[in-house]
Design a protein around this ligand. Structure first.
Ligand SMILES: Nc1ncnc2c1ncn2[C@@H]1O[C@H](COP(=O)(O)OP(=O)(O)OP(=O)(O)O)[C@@H](O)[C@H]1O
Ligand SMILES: [Mg+2]
Length: 412
């Protein structure tokens, strides 16, 4: 059977993510990490650029060039474009390495349907893979985060990507309990866009929203900055005010310029809005307010708006609550012995969404379990897929436990 073969030669592990695609090459590690974006000429359907180049051109191209994200909600939304994107990345990686139709371990969200699974396998085969193994994303994330997936002990991983949040309890090489919700980073960005539009009549793009989230977004006020950091900061401010004499310190906000363009990485639907953000801080701490630029919904003219961390936290409460709920539900439905292991060992957060400030604190408070953020949350899934290629003997049972029958059938 195809899946019993060893990984002779050079295999690849691929994290085909909604936001980012990462490729791990056996013996080398992560060699490619690019946005999952394709720029296409709408007139002749030709692909103009892929990945980082495509993301850079968004909003700066003539109107006939459209930037697409072929992956949406964690699954393939535009099959043709996904296949072309994957083929481009595989070619880019293989080109200098004399790969000949590599064996590929590719990650898929745990909740996808058979049809969606087939689409991923076909895209990988179309991109030149000789053999394709599918691995569920949370399992790859758990392996990549260094959890003991093969041991008879329960480990819980929560992978918060762009399109999906995957919660899973793994034990003895398999997924024991899992939940996949299509609420993750993109939903948080969308909540910011609609809040700013509804409350301030300001149109901003998804990329401005995403930068705002990464700069001052938070899931809990406690986790935003530690009390100790605030205290130190107040001391520094007091000292410098004393040195400088009364008056000037703190009067003028220091503005950290973060970006001057607004683009929409996703649909290009609001590419006309001027955008960008500046973080505003009066101290050495990271900003807790941002100045955003967008387009006034009524006048159509460019407009700026200052927005604070507290307001933003309220704006993203709904999707954040949905993520917390998914974790709680999985814990609630988990067999008692494994729940005991998790209480003891904690929950590990992976994926870019794990970087949202205070999310770990919020989960810890609400669920009363220890919560840790993985060391390189954005890399865990690709590293996990890569480890399956590197240490095939160790992870073979894991790959064989995956619903891979479709791939095996295709490979005869
Ligand atoms: N500092 C940050 N704070 C909050 N969110 C962040 C931060 N950095 C990145 N993100 C978010 O992480 C998400 C991307 O994470 P990741 O690369 O793990 O997703 P993906 O694997 O492409 O998506 P999926 O797993 O759903 O297919 C984006 O929504 C991005 O906005
Ligand atoms: Mg992911």
């Amino acid at each position: 059977m195809a899946q019993k073969k060893s990984f002779s030669g050079r295999g690849m592990g691929i994290d085909l993510g909604t936001a980012n695609t990462l490729v791990y090459v056996k013996g080398e590690g992560i060699v490619l990490n690019e946005p999952s974006v394709v720029a296409v000429n709408a007139v002749d359907g030709e692909v103009v650029s892929v990945g980082r180049d495509a993301k850079r051109t968004i909003g700066r191209t003539p109107s006939h060039i459209v930037a697409l994200r072929p992956m949406r909600d964690g699954v393939i939304a535009d099959f043709d474009m996904a296949e072309r994107m994957l083929a481009y990345f595989v070619r880019k990686v293989a080109g200098t390495r004399r790969f000949n139709r590599p064996t590929v371990v590719i990650c898929v969200p745990s909740g996808i349907t058979g049809v969606e699974r087939r689409a991923v396998v076909e895209a990988a085969m179309g991109a030149g893979a000789r053999q394709v193994h599918l691995i569920e994303e949370p399992m790859a994330a758990a392996i990549g985060a260094g959890l003991p997936v093969n041991e008879p002990t329960g480990s819980m991983v929560v992978d918060i990507g762009g399109g999906t949040t995957e919660v899973a309890v793994v034990s003895m090489g398999g997924v024991v309990a899992a939940r996949s919700v299509r609420t993750a980073g993109d939903a948080i960005d969308a909540a910011i866009v609609s809040h700013v539009k509804r409350e301030h009549c300001l149109l901003i793009g998804e990329r401005t929203a995403e930068e705002l989230k990464a700069t001052i977004g938070s899931a809990s006020p406690v986790g935003y900055w530690s009390d100790e950091l605030r205290r130190l900061d107040r001391e520094i401010e007091r000292d410098s005010a004393a040195e400088a004499g009364a008056g000037s310190a703190g009067e003028d906000a220091v503005r950290v310029r973060l970006d001057d363009t607004d683009t929409d990485a996703g649909t290009g639907t609001d590419s006309g809005s001027d955008g960008g953000i500046e973080g505003i801080t009066q101290s050495l701490l990271p900003p807790d307010r941002c100045r955003i630029r967008g387009r006034d919904q009524v006048s159509g003219l460019p407009k700026t708006l200052d927005i604070g961390a507290d307001e933003l936290r309220q704006a993203i409460a709904e999707p954040v609550d949905a993520i917390v709920h998914a974790v709680r539900h999985t814990l609630d439905t988990c067999p008692p012995e494994l729940a005991g292991d998790i209480m003891e060992r904690g929950v590990v957060l992976t994926g870019g969404g794990a970087l949202l400030r205070g999310l770990d604190v919020r989960l810890r408070q609400e669920l009363d379990v220890p919560v840790l953020v993985a060391a390189e949350p954005l890399h865990c899934v690709a590293v996990g897929a890569g480890k399956c290629v590197e240490e095939y003997g160790t992870y073979r049972p894991v790959l064989e436990a995956q619903p891979h029958r479709l791939a095996a059938a295709r490979l005869g």
